[in-house]
Write a protein that binds this ligand. Structure first.
Ligand code: CA
Ligand code: CA
Length: 234
């Protein structure tokens, strides 16, 4: 195919897919940037010109994260309008090409948030996913945290959490005590209907409660914990 024809098709594809598609995130890379829209992932060079793209339709991307080398993009795919996603997928984004690398065949986890962090400080990336599902010893639908190890070629389950100390509605990973290992920071519901922010440390077998950072938070003050302005999921 003539190179000009390839560009026309690429631009037409991008125009159609971004027309009704919100931007989820943008990542700056050495070669340019990666823009993740709801239904298309676009690689651009340093001048901002698209060099490759992949369309995810009919699936919609609801959240994503990327490895530190910007070579693999981890996404949640789902149906348009659904309150949670349906499955995980990985796209390779190295060398000016974007393509589907892996897709999860398991569609029963209802993932709603995905973030990358090295939770155990072993210098290998972990992929952390908020899911909404039943657990064997807590057989009701609730938010749970799944941690996957990423070895550069595949993800595999590391910790499938059934509960934290209390029901949680959001989470993040930050190093709050300066030991160069991130802590799990969770926004949890208290019995009295208010909220608390609590940190956990990874202890080899799972997360152990570390410090309550703030408690008795009213719903209207939750924005302080929510820099991405996510919709809280209850
Ligand atoms: Ca790790
Ligand atoms: Ca720390």
């Amino acid at each position: 195919m003539h190179i000009f024809t390839v560009f026309i098709i690429l631009f037409a594809d991008i125009f159609m897919s971004t027309f009704n598609s919100s931007l989820i995130n943008t990542y700056e890379t050495n070669e340019g940037n990666i823009s993740v829209f709801e239904t298309i992932i676009i690689l651009a060079d340093i001048s901002g010109n698209p060099v490759d793209s992949v369309c995810t339709e009919p699936w919609v991307i609801s959240d994503c994260c990327i490895d530190p080398q910007n070579e693999y993009l981890f996404v949640i795919l789902g149906e348009r309008g659904a309150s949670r996603g349906g499955r995980l997928a990985i796209f390779s984004t190295a060398k000016g090409e974007v393509k589907q690398f892996w897709i999860d065949v398991n569609r029963g986890h209802n993932p709603w948030m995905i973030t990358a962090a090295d939770v155990d400080g072993d210098a290998c990336l972990d992929i952390c996913v908020g899911v909404w599902k039943k657990a064997r010893f807590h057989p009701v639908f609730d938010n749970r945290l799944f941690i996957y190890s990423w070895d550069g070629t595949q993800i595999f389950p590391k910790w499938m959490g059934s509960r934290l100390s209390s029901p949680f509605i959001d989470f993040d990973f930050q190093d709050i005590d300066g030991d160069d290992i991130v802590e799990l920071i969770a926004l949890e519901l208290q019995r009295n209907g208010l909220n608390r922010i609590i940190s956990y440390k990874w202890r080899g077998f799972g997360f152990e409660e570390f410090k309550v950072l703030q408690k008795d938070i009213k719903e209207e003050n939750l924005d302080n914990f929510n820099p991405k302005k996510r919709e809280f999921r209850k």
